[in-house]
Write a new protein. Structure first.
Lengths: 231, 340
């Protein structure tokens, strides 16, 4: 299943590059890196983040979040770490495999330094998605049923399979700063290619911290307005 | 702040507590749904209004009220789940809504309608999870589980998957999990709901035993009056979010239902005319009954026993159910539920 999904992710890329050598300055192999990071990131998200946050929405609706809030442990930590979907780790393996393959196709292999940078930026990307998810979940405290919104977010994240340079104007701004899918996949790829300036890298990490901080604020704001479910 | 050396007489102090929910209203039908997308009407529901009470260490207090009276809302505010709209709460020196970990370690909330046991796993796994969450030492864990196993007669229940347990067995395990960290304030929200008579009695005996052994403070809500009668000397009654009564259960009965019934069974036929000299006797089914004020019961009974040699009589208290029903009726007349 995971192999099929991986192949399916690469198909659009093949179609696009079938008749062209480069798109917006990206070659096929370079774009493959972006897809590799996208698959890895999505795999990590589906394994560790998504199952948890999805269950929070249910807990808010049913009022069983009460028990989580009664524990002498940080509630955000609790709700973010109770569930994992180990099966989705296959996607991570596939994504990493793709990254190795794509790196091997490059004219010169990435340096250790750029690999470390790429890893850091991937982590900051994950932090950004996690924050976005948490913010969306916090809305459940107000609107209860937010399943649809989570699908919207998921579709927006899909934009991360393409290098951010493909997008123009407003979209590009949105994908860099508002829903930073660009940061999540394009920046690590650039880092691996050795094309990312240290300043941009740092900016990306700072942005992820800002996202973590803001989502924490939103979460706490929502928690104070938790109305439980009556029994 | 928490201060173990301070001698605070009260474990729980609640002052002018209010909670107002904002409940969105939707007109019926498709048009109503569309309209509510743009302008939502919000109704204010005053779930708890100006409630004030204090509870001393080791007390067992019954929290009474009809459905929707604000009992659960109050318990949830006391345990820090809900933030009060206004008013002060102090539990063991903490403000519950801060959800200070030290505060959370001292309290527990058991909800008869919701469970924290992990559905597909044996209760022992939930105990282990709580051991980790509350950072309980292995030795203390073993000791507490041993005590709970004895008192609740858990036997092999802890090793069976929760979904294979009966409702009563689940409640026992639920109590075990909730008490594992040895909290000294217990909030019990209808812990006996849906249980059969024997299981209710088991749960009651356990709560009383735990309270006596460890001097824990218990605040209990229940729809079963036997629970309240067996466990609580003191009751707090709220209705429509307002405090209607706070005090001794016996005094409540005397205030609300000052009348007692005298039942006569006599071998000699007595006319109601003859009996009217003693009290307002009437025939009810096969027996002769008079409802009289508690203050004159003794003198009437004495005179009957002296005057009629072979008389058999008994005196009945009004049932707690009927007392509570009467109290709520009276409360409704005064406050007419809290919605505005």
């Amino acid at each position: 299943m995971a192999v099929f999904w991986l192949a399916w992710t690469v198909v659009p890329l093949r179609v696009v590059f079938d008749t062209r050598v480069g798109v917006a300055g990206w070659t096929y192999d370079q774009s493959l890196l972006v897809v590799g990071f996208f698959v890895t990131l999505k795999g990590l998200l589906d394994t560790f983040v998504e199952p948890n946050l999805r269950s929070v929405v249910e807990q808010v609706r049913m009022g069983t979040l009460d028990f989580t809030l009664l524990k002498p442990v940080d509630a955000q930590l609790m709700i973010s770490t109770t569930k994992t979907m180990p099966a989705k780790l296959f996607h991570v393996v596939g994504g990493v495999g793709l990254l190795f393959y794509a790196s091997g196709q490059l004219p010169q292999p990435p340096s250790i330094g750029s690999v470390i940078w790429a890893f850091l930026l991937l982590s900051s990307g994950l932090a950004c998605i996690y924050s976005l998810w948490l913010a969306v979940v916090s809305l459940a405290f107000f609107f209860v049923r937010i399943d649809n919104l989570s699908y919207v977010l998921e579709s927006v994240l899909d934009a991360g399979r393409w290098p951010v340079d493909l997008y123009r104007g407003g979209l590009r701004f949105v994908f860099t700063f508002v829903v930073p899918v660009g940061l999540m996949t394009t920046y690590p790829s650039l880092a691996l290619l050795g094309n990312l300036s240290a300043g941009d890298g740092m900016l990306s990490i700072v942005v992820s911290f800002v996202f973590l901080f803001l989502s924490r604020q939103i979460w706490e704001f929502a928690l104070a307005r938790y109305s439980s479910a009556s029994s | 702040m928490d201060c173990p050396t301070c001698v605070d007489k009260h474990v729980i102090r609640v002052e002018n507590l209010c909670k107002t929910y904002r409940v969105p209203q939707k007109p019926p039908g498709l048009v109503g749904s569309l309209r509510s997308l743009f302008s939502r009407e919000v109704q204010q529901v005053h779930a708890v209004q100006n409630v004030t009470f204090e509870i001393q260490p080791g007390e067992r207090v019954g929290f009474l009220g009809p459905n929707g009276a604000g009992k659960t809302t109050t318990l949830k505010m006391l345990s820090g789940l809900l933030v009060p709209t206004s008013g002060q709460i102090n539990v063991r020196g903490f403000r519950p809504s801060d959800r200070d970990p030290d505060f959370l370690r001292r309290i527990t909330l058991v909800m008869g309608q919701k469970q924290q046991l992990l559905w597909d796993l044996p209760p022992y796994e939930s105990l282990e999870l709580n051991r980790a969450l509350y950072a309980i030492s292995r030795a203390q864990f073993q000791e507490t589980v041993g005590q709970l196993r004895d008192l609740l007669d858990l036997g092999a229940l802890l090793d069976r998957p929760v979904r294979n347990l009966s409702l009563g067995e689940r409640m026992k395990c639920e109590l075990a999990v909730a008490l594992l960290h040895r909290p000294d304030v217990l909030f019990l929200d209808e812990p006996t709901i849906g249980l059969d008579v024997t299981m209710q009695a088991t749960v009651r005996t356990f709560i009383a035993e735990w309270n006596q052994r460890y001097g824990v403070t218990v605040l209990l809500t229940s729809h079963y009056m036997q629970d309240i009668a067996a466990l609580c000397n003191r009751v707090i009654v709220i209705d429509g979010g307002k405090l209607v009564y706070d005090g001794d259960l016996g005094a409540l009965a005397r205030n609300i239902a000052p009348h007692r019934r005298i039942l006569l069974r006599s071998h000699t036929e007595m006319t109601l005319d003859a009996l009217s000299a003693y009290g307002p006797f009437v025939r009810e089914g096969g027996s002769t009954v008079a409802s009289v004020h508690a203050s004159v019961v003794n003198s009437i009974v004495n005179r009957l026993l002296v005057d009629i040699p072979d008389i058999e009589l008994s005196v009945e208290d009004a049932s707690l159910e009927s007392i509570i029903a009467r109290l709520f009726q009276r409360g409704e007349g005064e406050t007419r539920n809290g919605r505005q």
